[in-house]
Design a protein around this ligand. Structure first.
Ligand code: SF4
Ligand code: SF4
Length: 433
């Protein structure tokens, strides 16, 4: 009889016998005595204060923080850790040792870029955890960074983060020789309702891109109009920064406006508006056929190409916006447009597409640069600008209205003025026409 069968028979015999714990154990002639072979009382961890972890885990939406098993995959890809000391694994460890995140600077540093979720084997979802925790902190009356608080107040009062009056929303269009129809004043059926967005409407460099868009639409013969002064902020950054109530206020208003117009397609200038209208507005009853402008134009590339008659002889690289790329899976449309530009020499950065590096503007980060300077060594936008320079680019192309101003500041603060130009893709197309 083999040794295996003997062992099995012995085990069968022992089945009915109660367990006996012994100091020494000889099994099949092998001495397996030792500490590791002892039975222990159920262990209780008494050296940790887990109240912080429990408190976060108990917030609806934040449950997945408890699933972390500390593999550290997230740390290598977290853009904030890249310039500081952050990432889900580190947050989890701090929570295990008593951190109350609702009262901590760590609450506001995540940009909701989604890079950690991409690699996390346990699906610890910071895109849900952080907005839920921020919302709780706000409702509890905890301190909110002053810059963010100001943005919330401006949005509530004026319908945009800058605190500009609604009347000025269409000022940029008045200087153009292209007709930008204001459907809030003269409602009429259009093919495309263009959701212009706050930065295009109010920021100086955004105005340049908005003007370029109007000219390109016009040359392509697009039948388009806007909501004029009736457009309000899409609200997505407010939602991600924890102000769900404000988001709902903005969304309700915009949905009401959309529903009062007749159009086939909604085209948006920015990835944040795209994300809000595509993924969040339907939860509030507003479902639309929405496209980011790069998607809309790339579908018309055959019509667009012959109109681009001027050559753009520059080395260009492209920054993937987190909310167009990782969050909504669109990597091809911006590249299709750039590759159609005559004369362009296009090259990728090291971190691109799914692995794209965040500019720091998402999840409310757009309004937290001052706050973040106390917590990180370098702004994320500065880190990105250095990468664009490292790959030899002369132009950093973007397609998110937050990014032109963010990267232009970073070009200056890293001493690269004159070496790198930051342009919205729509500006490049416009220059070629
Ligand atoms: S990748 Fe996920 S499981 Fe691994 S340490 Fe990070 S959060 Fe935890
Ligand atoms: S979502 Fe982005 S910024 Fe936030 S923890 Fe994950 S990788 Fe870091």
């Amino acid at each position: 009889m083999s040794q295996f069968h003997k062992t099995m028979m012995r085990k069968e015999k022992e089945k009915d016998q109660s367990f006996v714990q012994k100091e020494n154990a000889i099994v099949d002639g092998i001495d397996i005595s030792g500490h590791w072979n002892r039975m222990y009382e159920p262990r209780e961890l008494t050296s940790y204060d887990t109240s912080g972890l429990d408190a976060l885990r108990d917030i609806p939406g934040a449950e997945s923080i408890g699933w972390c098993y500390q593999c550290a995959q997230c740390i290598g890809v977290c853009p904030v850790d890249n310039v500081g000391d952050y990432g889900p694994r580190k947050i989890f460890r701090k929570l295990q040792t008593g951190l109350n995140i609702l009262d901590s600077a760590d609450l506001w540093q995540c940009t909701t870029c989604m890079n950690c979720l991409r690699v996390c084997p346990k699906e610890v979802d910071m895109i849900k955890i952080m907005p839920a925790a921020r919302e709780k902190a706000i409702l509890d009356g905890n301190e909110v960074p002053a810059e963010l608080q100001e943005m919330f107040q401006n949005t509530a009062e004026y319908g945009n983060p800058m605190g500009e009056s609604a009347r000025k929303r269409t000022k940029w269009a008045k200087k153009l020789d292209v007709d930008v129809r204001d459907l809030s004043k003269n409602p009429e059926a259009v093919d495309v309702l263009w959701f212009v967005g706050d930065y295009y409407a109010y920021h100086g460099r955004g105005n340049d891109a908005a003007s370029a868009m109007a000219r390109v639409f016009s040359r392509l013969g697009v039948d388009f109009g806007t909501l004029g002064a009736e457009e309000k902020c899409d609200g997505d950054s407010q939602r991600l920064a924890g102000e769900k109530g404000l988001f709902e206020m903005m969304a309700e208003h915009n949905i009401e406006q959309f529903n009062s117009q007749e159009f086939n397609k909604l085209v948006v200038s920015g990835p944040h508006a795209y994300n809000a209208i595509k993924n969040e507005y339907p939860k509030m009853g507003g479902t639309y056929n929405v496209e980011h402008y790069t998607q809309f134009l790339s579908a018309m590339i055959d019509k667009l190409k012959p109109l681009m008659v001027n050559s753009f002889d520059k080395k260009v690289t492209f920054h993937d916006p987190c909310y167009l790329g990782r969050h909504n899976g669109e990597y091809d449309a911006p590249r299709a447009l750039l590759n159609a530009v005559p004369g362009i020499e296009f090259g990728e950065m090291f971190r691109c597409k799914e692995q794209g590096y965040c500019c720091g503007g998402g999840g409310g980060g757009m309004w937290l640069d001052g706050f973040m300077s106390d917590n990180i060594n370098e702004r994320l936008s500065e880190n990105r600008v250095k990468e664009a320079i490292a790959v030899g680019a002369e132009v950093l192309a973007v397609c998110c209205p937050y990014e032109v101003s963010r990267f232009e500041d970073a070009v200056k603060s890293t001493g690269n003025e004159g070496k790198l130009e930051v342009l919205d893709i729509i500006e490049i197309i416009d220059r070629c026409m």
